[in-house]
Design a protein around this ligand. Sequence first.
Ligand SMILES: CC(C)(COP(=O)(O)OP(=O)(O)OC[C@H]1O[C@@H](n2cnc3c(N)ncnc32)[C@H](O)[C@@H]1OP(=O)(O)O)[C@@H](O)C(=O)NCCC(=O)NCCS
Length: 338
Amino acid sequence: MDKEALFPFYQRIMPIIDRYRKDRTIILLGETKTFQEFLTQEYGLADCMTITTVKKKAGDKLTYIGDIKGQNDRYYIILPRFRKTLDMQLRLHSFGYTDFEDCFFINHDHITIDSYIDDYNDEYGNHVHAPSCRVVLDDYAYGVNIEVDDTCTFGETSCINVRTFGGSHVKIGKKCVFEEGVTLSVFGDAEVNIGNNCTFVRDTEMIVLAGMKLDIGKDCLFSFEIKVYCGDGHAIYDLVEKKRLNPQNKGNPKNVVSIGDHVWVGMRAILLNRTVIGASSIVGAGTLVKGTFPNNCIIAGSPAKVIRKDITWSKESLRNSMDHIPEEYLTLTDDTNT
Ligand SMILES: CC(C)(COP(=O)(O)OP(=O)(O)OC[C@H]1O[C@@H](n2cnc3c(N)ncnc32)[C@H](O)[C@@H]1OP(=O)(O)O)[C@@H](O)C(=O)NCCC(=O)NCCS
């Protein structure tokens, strides 16, 4: 992983480390090159030290491992790449260093928050309130914020995964139903908002990459085996302009999948990045969606095209009258901006 990806991540971690470290000298342990560069270039800390196990090598920048014993009032140990193993933890404890208070593993453990846990908060700034759903935070999850309303239900095989360098925000409204095999995976500083009363039938995968945003309105219905992919997953460059065509930067309006209120997405549809679908529309089965589409229409095909305008729909398959459909979903199609 290169500097470009790691430095923003380290920026997020340093305030957490500083809260514990105060003014103690930093000692780095394990593979430290990129982190050391970050501390010098971005954080103005050139005086941190690394560790040697050979006493005679010790000097200005190199501390002999035996000399850090019992020195936790002087030194704060950071382990940038070292996995948080019990063996390493115990060794540091035996030297008088307590987790967080005196030493910090940047690569922390995988954390699984089971559905019976109401609220989870940790020293890495992660907050999860998802009482009905399993959430898995990977080894580099920092500053993650997940809020799932208490009235939502999740099947046993549905879950939220927070992936590499997670600082993601996820908010899921009231009475949403995620049946079996529905997974939401968020990377980095991805953002996801899902409105009230949405249903995800089964085996649907939503992936939101770093810098990307997924907005789903209220009252939506996702059928089965749907893929939602926010981002491209790899960089594409224009050789003439010599610039990236698909930057994954947060706040870029191109990095969005936005689905309006009361949208029905048919089975096996694929929704790609840079997609906007207006309220009360239908996405036909097997449709490949990329682009902007209006309200109250049906889109279908590969790539998606509007095949019918001025429609609405209902979750109730046996009702012939429209009386039960809220007024807000009975609007004629306005395609002036699409
Ligand atoms: C799109 C859909 C709602 C039908 O809409 P409709 O307005 O009744 O469409 P029609 O059957 O009149 O077809 C209109 C045209 O669109 C095409 N079309 C319809 N659905 C299509 C689809 N999913 N993909 C591609 N083309 C489609 C038809 O072939 C027809 O083409 P033509 O004009 O060249 O003959 C329906 O086909 C569909 O995909 N339903 C989703 C079913 C589903 O996923 N259910 C899961 C339950 S949770």
